[in-house]
Design a protein around this ligand. Structure first.
Ligand code: SIN
Length: 290
């Protein structure tokens, strides 16, 4: 859609901006997509209000930023496997995403972004917290930065999606399966350099980081515990109070989030699409003509 004038307003010191003046349900022109993408990488999480998105429109919006992920353990909407319905029913005790994490670091190629749309909200509560892992990295001492810059960590879904895991605990609202048998372990750098901004961010994940590469789990624990504590320091965070029709889009390469579970006995219904990195296109070698 041409001719939309976007306004971008920061919401906190470390991360977050609210964007107004755009209707995400309509096809967006290239300049508008580029402005949203620029705001997304710069502010790390962006928010929109008063949107009305069908699942198809949310899919179309997400696809403008990359291919969509189909979650290996959470069954998507009927007919739209790439749309995850994040639902807590009044009878549920556990919510989805109710602990600090970034999405999908247990994959070989982790998701770059998530787009969450609010369908139905409790009368109170149900906010989401976000924490800038770039700000968390910046705040470290030069000595610890140097140590972490050279480390990799092992990520796996085996803990979170095991039978005892937080996300796999049985609830009436979401179809979450348990990781069975051998679950992949993938190695990611502990410090990610953002491919678009060049800014460094910590990339450890309380849900999915198991240990440092080449270290035992028991040796990794003390440093991981320190980082998990450090990374959620209040000054690195912002908090989003949802209204029906609100949208948040966060950068999983530099942001943690936490869905608060403070609305017992009420229903909360969100829809998420998750954006994978664009496939790398390898230039075919020049044909040699014999
Ligand atoms: C999630 O972790 O993707 C869910 C976040 C939320 O429901 O606020």
């Amino acid at each position: 859609m041409a001719g939309q004038t976007l306004r971008i307003q920061r919401v906190a010191g470390a991360l977050g901006a609210e964007i107004s003046g755009v209707d995400l349900s309509r096809p967006l022109d290239a300049a508008t997509v580029a402005t949203i993408r620029q705001a997304f990488v710069e502010h790390q999480v962006i928010f929109f209000r008063d949107q009305a998105l069908t699942p198809e429109q949310q899919i179309a919006f997400g696809r403008q930023f990359g291919p969509l992920n189909i979650h290996p353990y959470v069954k998507g909407m009927a007919g739209h496997p790439e749309v995850m319905e994040v639902i807590k029913e009044p009878s549920d005790k556990v919510n989805f995403g109710g602990g600090w994490h970034s999405d999908m670091s247990f994959l070989e190629k982790p998701a770059i972004a998530s787009v969450l749309y609010a369908v139905e909200l409790p009368d109170w509560g149900g906010d989401t917290l976000f924490a800038s892992q770039a700000a968390a990295y910046d705040a470290l001492s030069p000595g610890l930065k140097q140590t972490l810059d050279g480390l990799n960590a092992i990520h796996s879904a085996s803990r979170e999606y095991s039978p005892a895991g937080h996300s796999a605990q049985k609830r009436s609202s979401m179809n979450v399966s348990e990781a069975e048998g051998v679950v992949g372990e993938y190695i990611h750098p502990v410090v990610l350099t953002h491919p678009e901004t060049g800014r460094k961010a910590l990339y450890v994940n309380p849900a999915f980081t198991m240990r440092f590469e080449g270290w035992k789990a028991r040796e990794s624990k003390a440093l991981l515990d320190f980082l998990f504590e450090h990374c959620r320091y209040e000054a690195f965070t912002c908090r989003f109070a949802w209204r029906p029709g609100s949208v948040a889009m966060w950068d999983n390469r530099s942001v943690w989030h936490f869905a608060l579970n403070d609305y017992p006995g009420q229903r909360r219904h969100m829809r998420r699409v998750t954006i994978d990195p664009a496939p790398v296109t390898v230039a075919s070698p020049a044909l040699s003509h014999a």
